[in-house]
Design a protein around this ligand. Structure first.
Ligand code: AMP
Length: 439
């Protein structure tokens, strides 16, 4: 038996101050904060606003939104019951956002709602590198427009996030799934094409043949891939309007200089997509190479009970995969700012003075730390070093009597006496001098 508790498999702790980026689990909270701040900054530029929805949602919302036959709903939900209510830990955030949009009549103004989110999601998948049971997604939804420019903007925004972080992406795949009329027709055509080969299919695909033949298109099985070579293509089967929409989207992406590859087999694992579907990959990720995916979902709102059709398009991206790609590509991240000052005190009175003084320096905006366990002066000096303090402020009996402290510059080793009343200014001025000389 283990003597202490461990985190649940497929989850991980994000600890402070991990300088080595040994994968998503190895990244420290400073890295996560930096990545999240950069995402928020890109969202700001594109004028998307944040929405935060609960982690708990009604199971029925997710089942209806994502689709009963999907892997997520049929196998991967963390769901439970209390009283008569069925709860699920959200496995994705699009259905919750559309729920909130409908519930709060956010479409009333008639414009396009441009929303973004960042937060944890839960799927009971087999944990492996790049695949977790609790992971984090960021994403956007542009709700209320049919226009292919909305699709192009969402894709441009997605690309801008990776660009802003300096992550190289390898392939943006694009397809159109057609509308609610052409898609069932295509499903049927595909089913009929595959039916004679039923016995050549894997067990999973055989099940999908009944429930969701489209998903067979993204099989990785070589034999199945060869079978599919002769299958009718989605793109040939879609309706004229969807085809025009797809052409428009491709033209907008060309205008924006965004490279893409058309992939007639791209379908994605969620049922709600209509027309546009896309997926972004990174070559530095290994088996779990999908950084982000998305598409248009014009029918989702109605699936969730809306009387009106609410056209919408969005993407969702994994934060762990993004951080893994950053690490694999050796992207240099800004380091946590070191301490401006560490206060070292000797003797009771000086310790009391330092504790009080730290408060004043912090109010002035400086990042300051000091000993909290009554350690020796030597141990305090070591702590100042370890915490990479820019200056160490030393105070003992003699200094107290003289109303001054010894300020040691930890880079040059130089030490000067500074009087109590100018200490804040002294540290602040040097802080700004350092900041300015760096920029
Ligand atoms: P999806 O909602 O399945 O389209 O997923 C969107 C993105 O979320 C994927 O491209 C991945 O980057 C990420 N993702 C999905 N599932 C997981 C998981 N179990 N662990 C880590 N990241 C995931």
């Amino acid at each position: 038996m283990k003597t202490t508790f461990q985190n649940i498999k497929g989850t991980f702790d994000i600890l402070p101050d991990r300088s080595s980026l040994g994968g998503a689990e190895g990244a420290g909270s400073a890295t996560w904060q930096y990545v999240e701040a950069t995402i928020r900054e890109v969202m700001r530029r594109f004028a998307y606003e944040e929405i935060r929805t609960p982690i708990l949602e009604p199971t029925e919302l997710i089942a209806r939104g994502i689709g009963q036959s999907t892997d997520i709903v049929s196998k991967e939900m963390f769901a439970f019951e209390r009283g008569n209510t069925h709860y699920v830990l959200r496995p994705e955030i699009t259905a919750p956002v559309i729920r909130a949009y409908l519930q709060h009549h956010m479409g009333q103004s008639g414009g396009v709602q441009k929303l973004y989110y960042i937060g944890p999601c839960f799927r009971a998948e087999r944990p492996q590198k790049g695949r977790y049971r609790q992971f984090h997604q960021f994403g956007v939804e542009a709700i209320g427009s049919d226009d292919a420019r909305a699709d192009a903007e969402v894709i441009a925004l997605m690309m801008a996030v990776y660009h802003a972080l300096g992550v190289e992406t390898s392939r943006l795949r694009l397809n159109s799934l057609g509308d609610e009329h052409s898609r069932p027709r295509y499903k049927e055509a595909l089913r009929q094409y595959l039916e004679p080969y039923r016995n050549d299919l894997t067990e999973t695909s055989r099940q999908r043949l009944e429930r969701n033949p489209l998903r067979i298109l993204d099989t990785k099985n070589e034999k199945e891939r060869r079978l599919l070579d002769g299958a009718p293509l989605l793109i040939d089967a879609i309706d004229d309007e969807s085809r025009q929409h797809y052409e428009d989207l491709k033209a907008f992406l060309d205008d924006l200089g965004i490279a893409f590859e058309e992939d007639p087999y791209l379908v994605r694992g969620l049922d709600y997509y209509t027309r546009t579907a896309f997926e972004l990959e990174s070559a530095s990720l290994g088996a779990q190479d999908a950084l982000a995916g998305g598409g248009r979902y014009d029918l989702l709102a109605q699936d969730l009970g809306s009387k009106q059709r609410v056209p919408a398009v969005g993407f969702a991206a994994g934060l762990e995969r993004l951080i893994l790609a950053l690490a694999a590509q050796g992207v240099e991240l800004p380091q946590t700012p070191p301490l401006d000052a560490f206060l070292v005190a000797l003797g009771d009175e000086a310790t009391r003075w330092a504790f009080h003084q730290a408060q004043g320096l912090r109010e002035a905006g400086l990042r300051v730390s000091l000993d909290l366990k009554g350690r020796s002066m030597k141990a305090q000096m070591r702590a100042a070093n370890r915490q990479k303090a820019r200056f160490t402020v030393i105070v003992g009996k003699d200094e107290l009597a003289a109303h001054q402290v010894q300020v040691k510059d930890m880079e040059s080793g130089e030490q000067v006496a500074v009087s109590f009343d100018v200490l804040t200014n002294y540290l602040n001025e040097r802080k700004f001098k350092i900041l300015n000389s760096k920029s």
